[in-house]
Design a protein around this ligand. Structure first.
Ligand code: EG2
Ligand code: ZN
Length: 262
């Protein structure tokens, strides 16, 4: 099953066959039980400092679409919160479902959001590259932002307008002058816990920072995500829409979730 995906034959329920970490001790996503989260008053706020010139390309991996940033220098970083030192911005991508009722990866008290934005960073103070950092327990930091259905999101427009250029797996297109902080909610309250990549290789190297408040996107904008193809332009098998790309929640296995807020 080298071509893992989200279908019955290659989806999250069989990932463990090729990626044994799927049954590991610190897997993501999780269901955040708010009453069990520990308020940690010593947790400082997290701070993002993004340079819009870091944005380079938007690409379709076949599993999601992502905006890739120049991570050759500390131009766009996140600091603070649960993090020690600064983590360099690498990429952002989304997860969604086949309809507006579910599709996010993390849950809150068992409740589903229709989508989730992940902004991925790596510990450039301790490690020399993303791939190196991705193998380390404190190597990565991912900001998780829930999407809810509401008003049209003008900041998301630049991204959805670019999807026509990357409609098929393997396509990429120039994408510049973009500061992802425009996709963060006003309130920066968060939960944080030690977890993993939510897709293979499922590496247990992520300090998760999940924001409490969602951002609003319109149903129409989210429906555009579902019209991206998970197959290449020339795929002999019939074309297949990227209808869903979320992993179900995983066992907490004794981990503590901390809250930055009361
Ligand atoms: N292939 C070499 C070793 O692996 C390097 C790490 O994986 C590379 C590609 N994956 C990612 O960059 C990657 C990054 C973030 C997330 S997620 N959904 O957990 O935010 C999932 C995947
Ligand atoms: Zn993700």
């Amino acid at each position: 099953m080298n071509n893992w995906g989200y279908a019955d034959h290659n989806g999250p329920n069989v990932w463990h066959e090729l990626f044994p970490l799927a049954n590991g001790e610190r897997q993501s996503p999780i269901d955040i039980i708010t009453t069990a989260a520990i308020h940690d008053p010593s947790l400082p706020p997290f701070n993002v400092d993004y340079d819009p010139s870091s944005a380079k390309v938007i690409m379709n991996s076949g599993h999601t679409f992502s905006i890739e940033f120049d991570d050759g220098e500390d131009k766009s970083v996140v600091r603070g919160g649960p993090l020690h030192g600064s983590y360099r911005l690498r990429q952002l991508h989304f997860h969604w479902g086949p309809c507006d009722d579910y599709g996010a990866e993390h849950k809150v008290d068992g409740r589903d959001y229709p989508g989730e934005l992940h902004i991925v960073h790596w510990n450039s103070e301790k490690y020399s590259s993303f791939v190196d950092a991705a193998q380390k327990p404190d190597g990565l930091a991912v900001l998780g932002i829930f999407l809810k259905i509401g008003e049209h999101n003008v900041n998301l427009e630049k991204i959805t307008n670019a999807l026509d250029d990357i409609n098929f797996k393997g396509k990429q297109s120039s994408f510049t002058n973009f500061d992802p902080s425009c996709l963060l909610p006003v309130c920066k309250d968060f939960w944080t816990y030690p977890g993993s990549l939510t897709v293979p290789p499922l590496l247990e190297s992520v300090m998760w920072i999940v924001l409490k408040d969602p951002i609003a996107v319109s149903s129409r904008q989210l429906s555009r995500f579902r019209r991206v193809f998970s197959t290449t332009e020339t795929d002999e098998t019939e074309s297949c829409y990227m209808a869903k790309n979320y992993r179900p929640v995983q066992p907490l296995k004794g981990r503590n979730v901390r809250a930055s807020f009361l």
